[in-house]
Design a protein around this ligand. Structure first.
Ligand code: NCD
Length: 317
């Protein structure tokens, strides 16, 4: 198997993308995460020693709230030493290359890197560069991939819906600029979801998106009908060159999730969002805070899922 994420024993060496990962690896991470949810809920001391003595470096070249903090909490619950590199005040801002920064951190005996970067492929580059005992996790690279977000989304879906094989899932919004959507689509199809829909204006869809195995809708009124899961996405204004859309108000009218549009989905549908949310742009506050929303549980599950990923990588031989 020629997958840069797997070692010669077929074990997960790096987590760079959900694309091309076999279903058993995805399922093992979800099962392991379930055991960590129990650690958090059932114990007075929420720590386990699986990464004791290991150093995890969080290197975030792009802003983040949820992802960086939940990686830090996850590493600490595994008893690792965590170093957060503040890129704004690091030598990267003085012109040091990415790989020189990484070499210096390796010289400090890093065991694992958690990397976020605005350039697609940054985590792959680091993974190819480091010594074989070092593990790299992609925490979001450009528009390309955000595998731990997709895995925590899969965990959330399985938590509420139990199975994947009987679901209809809609991903709504700015698919074009979204690394989250790409990683979600690969994970959903690998785990056996029979119907994945994308709902977006033509200007916010990648070319040939249907080749990823999804059904394309331009209209929420058709696309949301009878779905079990609605996954909303933020409008990624910072990645848009020129105006892909007339206005935020217009966008909300056609692609914002309101109670009326959600009523088209199944009665027990769940509503998800990776955050940060723009209330009144892609989602109405009454839906974001309503009874179908599982947006905050997603964040909590993210800790257990990131613990599962880090401990899986640390166990690779
Ligand atoms: C996403 C990201 O940064 O890719 N957020 C996240 O990690 N929870 C989505 C976004 O920025 O819209």
């Amino acid at each position: 198997m020629n997958n840069p994420q797997l070692n010669k024993n077929g074990e997960l060496q790096h987590l760079l993308s959900t694309e091309g990962l076999p279903a058993p690896i995805l399922r093992n991470i979800l099962d392991r995460a379930a055991s960590f949810v129990n650690v958090a809920e059932g114990r007075e001391i929420k720590k386990v020693p699986l990464l004791h003595g290991k150093s995890v470096f969080n290197i975030f070249f792009e802003n983040s709230t949820r992802t960086r903090t939940t990686f830090e909490i996850a590493a600490k619950r595994l008893s690792a030493d965590v170093v957060n590199l503040n890129i704004g005040s690091s030598s990267a801002s003085k012109g040091e290359t990415l790989l020189d920064t990484v070499d210096n951190l390796c010289a400090m005996h890093a065991d694992m890197f958690v990397v976020r970067h605005s350039q697609s492929g940054a985590a792959h580059l680091i993974a190819r560069h480091v010594a074989p005992e070092i593990h790299v996790i992609n925490a979001g690279d450009g528009r390309h991939a955000h595998p731990t977000q997709a895995l925590l989304d899969m965990f959330t879906i399985r938590h509420y819906k139990r199975e994947f094989h009987n679901l209809r899932v809609a991903i709504v919004g700015d698919i074009l600029h979204s690394r989250v959507a790409r990683s979600q689509i690969h994970a959903l199809t690998t785990l056996g979801v029979p119907e994945v829909r994308v709902i977006a204006p033509q200007t916010l869809l990648p070319a040939n998106v249907e080749k990823l195995g999804v059904q394309v809708y331009h209209d929420m009124l058709h696309g949301l009908r009878d779905v079990d899961v609605v996954m909303m996405l933020r409008l990624q204004n910072e990645r848009m060159q020129g105006a892909a859309l007339p206005s935020a108000q217009e966008y909300f009218k056609y692609y914002g999730l309101t109670q009326e549009k959600l009523a088209l989905a199944k009665d027990d549908a769940i509503v998800m969002h990776p955050g940060p949310m723009n209330r009144g742009v892609e989602i109405d506050s009454s839906v974001a805070d309503g009874s179908h929303s599982v947006i905050l549980p997603q964040v909590t599950f993210g800790i257990a899922v990131r613990m599962a990923v880090m401990s899986t990588l640390a166990g690779a031989q």
